[in-house]
Design a protein around this ligand. Structure first.
Ligand SMILES: C[S@@+](CC[C@H](N)C(=O)[O-])C[C@H]1O[C@@H](n2cnc3c(N)ncnc32)[C@H](O)[C@@H]1O
Length: 388
């Protein structure tokens, strides 16, 4: 191995070492991103909840190991873990993964050097948890994950190509996720739904279906925690959650329609302008309240440096669990009405007073998830503005 200046860090109960680098990039000799600590903390909570629900020893695959931090933390910090397999295509990464396993004095962690898809094809049915945390898009690896994933397992997926999923660039999204994005004010939620829809359609080829237990969009990445189950009939049933979100950029009305190839309305029912469609995407549940509540409770049992951030995010996702798809952005609506935005609390009160749901969202501090129509939201904003 080349001589590198070594850096040591600690996350949770785990210490690792890796070659120091100037800039976080895929060009570093071994990849370690401190900004993903929250992602790893949440993964520990989610996998622990999964393990407790299953009440059995679980084997985990850390498919893109890098420094080994993820797989090593899973073995070190989650109860009921059998074997962890850490895979990475890079020999240097493998060297530091082995080094860090020794540093933490751990057994039952195996290191592999394969292309991720080849590795999953070789290990069919061997894992209870598959963690896919690649550079950029997970798309090329999902087919092999669908082939490998066993019945009643957990699939954890990261995507960092948010510009594609959010629709900044349309073509890469079509290319990678076979879906048309749309860059609306709620494009991060659309992105999560496109990713979940693509996983569902990919796994369906293998007679497997997903239940989304938790999902979030944070900084430069999106993350999904999915139960994988098996059975062609239920797979067909669950695919009915695939559909489209249609958006009117004139009056900001939006609507959803389920069905992969069902006819979709083209004209906005509110103002008569043309609707823009995003999808196919997942219109089923993207936050599961019981699972998230268990993750929150699990924070008591773990040493997590990012606990405050983790709890803030988890509580927000918990609230979102029963909310409808998409959300309104108060500033965007007020701008289109040429009025200044009333206080957020007043808007929430007013929506709820009239019997509608009004829920904050982790996607945007100015976002409101509501079952009220855009016409009604505009009416509330206008009257609040008048009375100020
Ligand atoms: C984003 S990093 C992984 C970070 C790690 N999961 C963590 O939490 O720190 C991606 C890793 O995937 C490896 N890699 C890239 N292409 C691969 C492939 N086709 N198969 C397996 N590993 C690959 C890279 O060497 C790199 O270490």
């Amino acid at each position: 191995m080349d001589e590198y200046k070594i850096k040591s860090i600690e996350e949770g109960l785990t210490k690792i070492e890796f070659p120091e680098f100037d800039k976080i990039s895929s060009d570093a000799p071994v990849f370690y991103n401190p900004n993903m600590e929250l992602n790893r903390d949440l993964s520990i909570l989610a996998i622990q909840v999964f393990q407790k629900n299953e009440q059995r020893e679980i084997n985990i695959c850390d498919l893109f190991g890098g420094s080994g931090i993820r797989g090593i933390r899973y073995k070190n910090e989650i109860d009921g873990v059998g074997t962890v397999c850490i895979n990475d295509i890079s020999e240097t990464a493998n060297f530091y993964e082995r080094h860090n396993i020794k540093l933490n004095d751990l057994n039952d962690i195996e290191v592999f050097q394969h292309d991720a898809s080849m590795f999953l094809r070789m290990k069919r049915g061997e894992f209870d948890v598959i963690d896919i945390d690649p550079f950029g898009t997970p798309s090329p690896f999902l087919d092999s994950a669908g082939y490998c994933a066993r019945r009643n397992s957990l699939l954890c997926v990261t995507a960092t190509d948010t510009s594609a999923l959010c629709g900044t660039y349309k073509e890469p999204c079509i290319r990678k996720y076979n879906a048309k994005p749309y860059k609306s004010e709620y494009c991060h939620e659309t992105g999560i739904r496109i990713l979940a829809g693509f996983v569902a359609l990919t796994l369906a080829k293998y007679g497997k279906y997903i239940e989304v237990k938790m999902s979030h969009s944070t900084e430069h990445y999106m993350r999904l925690y999915l139960y994988v189950k098996k059975g062609p009939k239920k797979t067909d049933e669950r695919l009915k959650n695939i559909g489209y979100i249609s958006h009117c950029k004139h009056c900001l009305h939006r609507q959803t329609s389920k069905g992969l190839a069902s006819p979709i309305e083209d004209v906005c029912p509110v103002c008569g302008e043309k609707l823009i469609h995003a999808g196919p995407l997942w219109l089923g549940e993207i936050q599961n309240s019981e699972f998230i509540q268990n993750m929150i409770e699990e924070t008591e049992n773990k040493k997590i440096n990012k606990e405050k951030e983790a709890l803030k995010l988890l509580n927000s996702c918990l609230n979102e669990a029963n909310a409808p798809a998409t959300f309104y952005d108060v500033h965007k609506i007020c701008k289109s009405m040429k009025i200044s935005a009333p206080k957020l609390d007043l808007i929430f009160d007013e929506i709820e007073k009239n019997g509608h749901i009004a829920i904050k969202t982790h996607y945007n501090p100015l976002g409101i998830k509501s079952d009220a129509s855009i016409k009604y939201i505009r009416h509330i904003l206008f009257s609040l503005c008048e009375s100020e």
